[in-house]
Write a new protein. Structure first.
Length: 305
């Protein structure tokens, strides 16, 4: 077994459930919304705290894993094995408050898959405030082992326009341009700089991004998921899907800063919608399922309206 793999497995063995303070403010939630492309023209309720219905993107809950991810990255950075995030899963137990000063996140690290040429770890994070669970998220991280062939690229399904879906809904396609400031805003939220770690380089350094075949630095997966969530709130409301409560997505191909995205939503009959994101090269960048309210929405305090 390669030494790098042994180092990573030792990290998992040493990792006991860790707790981290989680604090976020109006500035944090608005900054995240701006990073996803929200502004006063297309999503005023996400960036203007005095707007009627001011709210927080549910995918902001992925941010609660940041401190654990920092520890994780520090523990694997000397293993010498390239790693990449492959899947995010996030769910809310109750709506997110625009700000919170006293939440705590608990993180567990486990081996999801291990074979002779494959290693996948999962970081599970649960966040609580006032003794009540508010959000859960998990991230799958794949390590590319020596001699492992690159993953086979799956063919991209053709655009369906308004074709019927298996769930009875009709697919809706929207297009969105990524702007160069979005990755910069998110880097500010994370506190990243040009002197960041190797894992951050593809999101920061144009030269490193070009080495990976990107025209510009890669947009962090959390931002891409936020774009999908923001547009879903606007696009799927008219068909009765409101109150996004969770997402399960896989990352297939990078989205670069200044990319053009085509996002297709296919509603089902069970409060879900399939989402398929293609990048500017027509490749599948993200695919997965969004989950919406199927019961009366509770307030931030947990009470029914």
């Amino acid at each position: 077994m390669p030494d790098g793999v042994s180092e990573i497995l030792r990290l998992v063995d040493r990792w006991e459930r860790r707790a981290y303070p989680v604090r976020w403010s109006l500035r944090d939630t608005i900054t995240y919304a701006i990073a996803t492309g929200a502004d006063a023209r297309n999503a005023r309720s996400l960036v203007w705290e005095s707007a009627p219905g001011f709210t927080t993107l549910p995918t902001f809950a992925t941010r609660f894993a940041h401190a654990a991810l920092t520890d994780f990255a520090a523990g694997v950075q000397d293993a010498g094995l390239p790693s990449f995030a492959r899947a995010w899963r996030v769910s809310l137990d109750r709506p997110l408050a625009p700000e919170c000063a006293g939440a705590r996140a608990s993180a567990d690290l486990r081996v999801k898959e291990r074979s002779g040429d494959r290693l996948v770890l999962t970081l599970d994070v649960e966040t609580r405030a006032d003794g009540e669970r508010i959000a859960r998220s998990s991230l799958d991280v794949h390590f590319r082992l020596p001699g492992e062939p690159p993953p086979a690229r799956r063919p991209t399904p053709p655009a369906t326009g308004a074709d019927p879906s298996p769930g009875g809904g009709r697919a809706v396609t929207v297009r969105e341009r990524v702007h160069p400031y979005q990755a910069a805003v998110f880097r500010t939220l994370l506190g990243l700089t040009a002197a960041g770690s190797v894992q951050d380089a593809m999101h920061i350094d144009p030269d490193r991004a070009r080495e990976l075949g990107l025209a510009a630095p890669a947009l962090p997966g959390e931002v891409t998921l936020g774009i999908v969530a923001r547009l879903a709130e606007r696009t799927l409301g008219p068909v009765g899907l409101r109150g996004l409560r969770g997402a399960e997505v896989s990352y297939r191909s990078p989205v670069s800063d200044a990319d053009r995205l085509t996002i297709t939503y296919t509603p089902g009959r069970d409060g879900t919608a399939e989402a398929l994101v293609r990048n500017g090269q027509g490749r599948t960048a993200v695919s997965g399922v969004l989950r919406f309210e199927t019961e009366p929405t509770r307030s931030v305090s947990g009470e029914a309206p």
